[in-house]
Design a protein around this ligand. Structure first.
Ligand code: ATP
Ligand code: MG
Length: 554
């Protein structure tokens, strides 16, 4: 599928560059996460894009941690980011850290001061903001703009040496306070922050701004195509300005549209709130749009890659329907997940003409979509668990499941005829009763009957138990970030429903954390990787798109 699609605009740019012999035809990209949170599905797009382009054009892709802000960054995040990228199926050529360039960046700053292109400013953040001007009015020069080169060199050294408090001084590029692009009105290059950094410790108390760090880091690594999201488009002239003034390797920035998904939020700041305020159990809660959440929920890496590829790379901001992602997930699980029977909301079925103590062992196909999928043994006996919803005492005409007088096939076993049910004193159904047709054995059916419904079941004496967690969308509205008020007001209060005791086939009791299976008629499920003392299944996705059906009904 992806081989046949037309080139996206970045591929077109790269193929042009190669044709023109730019950088000797070399392609080198990078994925630059800030280690201030876990990666989400939007990052997965960026990863597939950067690593995918490098692969396609025999190039390289660096993993560079953009760790220039000491306050929000942590080593825990670094490890999880690496883990997620590997799980997605990619391997970086170099693992690098912007903080490794702090010395070089400092030297670059000194170079610009020497060229008269940077100055130390004593103005406060408020003063700087107040003199920026606007899109229709020029800014005004800082009173410190004309310090001599020697003064600037000395003050900048003193900033580094820790002589000043946070916010007391900044280093600014000396460009043009009337520039039509506000980002070029003497942008900040360095700020003072007496903070411990997760890698450089207390070596630095001045830290470079994103704009001064990113392009230069690209250049140091000789990145040919630096791909970022659209909000940085106005930063590009500044990216180029620093590189040109420093006369260093000319990396180029290209922008593509941020990928958003319906019924969730994507910004790490918001995801962090969900975690910190216990709306979810953690960054890898199966309802989170994080890569680790989706992995725990049972989404195959291939589905995330396929999703990134099929949606394409856009130039305009877009919000993609989550059902597109779920479609990719289903497609892959349909081919790869073995089928099992599990009863989530059980009621007992007794086959009154099946001898007590007798059992049958049936061979059941593991996966009808996979000719090499093999079979498994499923035990059968007089008492079975079936889904409560598969029996109705007073059923409408088109109810093809169990109702007095109706016949159904028990999957892989016999045809049974419903004879009635037993109730407790309060009228609750506690047992459904059937007779079976011995000659209707699956695979050797001589009954000549054809029945409309097939239901799943689990033999009572053989059944094992498991906890099953059903998930729904984390938010009630398509785009919670775009609604009035706080996005958390739109959290879906029923996004998780726990079934503490479901019955599963005995064979499933050996399932290992991370195993993905289909519960026939119920959906795709994955063994939870966090809970170890009981067997827990997370519902990955339903078999069909229930929401689409719901919406068609109107
Ligand atoms: P967020 O706003 O979610 O915190 P970010 O842009 O601050 O994201 P970074 O760690 O800086 O997160 O992002 C690393 C890379 O991933 C950047 O190149 C960024 O442009 C890209 N990226 C982040 N979010 C998305 C998204 N939703 N769609 C596509 N690419 C994204
Ligand atoms: Mg960022």
């Amino acid at each position: 599928m992806s081989e046949e699609r037309s080139l996206n605009f970045l591929e077109e740019i790269i193929e042009n560059d190669i044709a023109e012999g730019k950088n000797n035809g070399r392609v080198h990209t990078r994925f630059p996460p800030e280690p201030n949170g876990y990666l989400h599905i939007g990052h997965a797009t960026s990863i597939c894009l950067n690593f995918g382009l490098a692969k396609k054009y025999n190039g390289k892709c660096n993993l560079r941690f953009d760790d220039t802000n000491p306050v929000t960054e942590e080593t825990e995040y670094v490890e999880n980011i690496k883990n997620d990228i590997k799980w997605l199926g990619f391997q970086w050529d170099n693992e690098l850290y912007a903080s490794d360039y702090f010395d070089k960046l400092f030297d670059f700053a000194v170079t610009l001061i020497r060229k008269g292109l940077a100055y130390v400013d004593d103005s406060t953040a408020e003063q700087i903001a107040a003199t920026k001007g606007s899109t229709i009015a020029p800014g005004t020069d800082s009173p410190f703009r004309n310090r001599t080169i020697d003064q600037n060199l000395q003050l900048f050294e003193e900033m580094r040496a820790g002589k000043y408090k946070d916010g007391e001084k900044t280093l600014r590029a000396k460009i043009d306070m009337a520039h039509p692009n506000l980002l070029l009105r003497d942008p900040l290059m360095y700020r003072i922050k007496h903070e411990h950094h997760h890698r450089t410790g207390d070596k630095w108390c001045i830290y470079p701004m994103y704009d001064f760090a990113h392009g230069q880091s690209d250049s140091i690594e000789e990145i040919t195509h630096s791909i970022c999201t659209l909000e940085f488009i106005h930063h590009r002239p500044l990216y180029n300005w620093f590189i040109e003034q420093l006369g260093i390797f000319p990396s180029h920035q290209y922008e593509f549209a941020r990928r958003n998904l319906t019924y969730t939020v994507m910004s790490k700041r918001k995801l962090l709130q969900l975690v910190n305020e216990n709306h979810v159990s953690g960054w890898n809660d199966p309802r989170m749009p994080t890569i680790s959440g989706m992995r725990r929920r049972g989404y195959p890496a291939e589905a995330l890659r396929q999703f990134s590829d099929t949606i394409g790379i856009a130039k305009r901001e877009n919000i993609v329907d989550i059902s597109m992602l779920e479609f990719c997930v289903r497609e892959i699980l349909n081919k790869t997940a073995n089928r099992f029977m599990a009863v989530l909301d059980p009621v007992k079925l007794v086959i009154i003409n099946y001898p007590e103590g007798q059992e049958d062992i049936f061979d059941a196909e593991n996966n009808p979509e996979d000719p090499n999928g093999g079979t498994r043994k499923v035990p059968f006996s007089r008492e079975l668990w079936i889904e409560r919803e598969d029996f109705m005492e007073n059923a409408p005409k088109k109810f093809f499941r169990l109702a007095p007088g109706n016949m159904v096939r028990l999957k892989s076993a016999y045809i049974v005829k419903c004879e009635g049910c037993k109730k407790d004193d309060e009228g609750n159904i506690i047992e459904v009763q059937c007779t079976y047709l011995p000659e209707s054995k699956s695979g050797n059916d001589t009954s000549g009957l054809s029945v409309k419904g097939t239901i799943h079941w689990v033999s009572v004496p053989h059944a094992k138990t498991a906890e099953v967690r059903m998930y729904d969308r984390l938010f009630r509205v398509e785009d919670p970030s775009n609604e009035d008020g706080d996005f958390k007001e739109y959290i879906n209060p029923d996004s998780m429903h726990v079934l503490p005791q479901a019955y599963i086939e005995p064979e499933l009791a050996n399932a290992q954390p991370g195993d993905r299976v289909q519960f026939m008629r119920k959906g795709y499920f994955c063994v939870d990787t966090e809970v170890r003392d009981t067997l827990v299944f997370n519902r990955t996705v339903t078999l069909k798109d229930a929401w689409a059906k719901e919406q068609r009904k109107g």
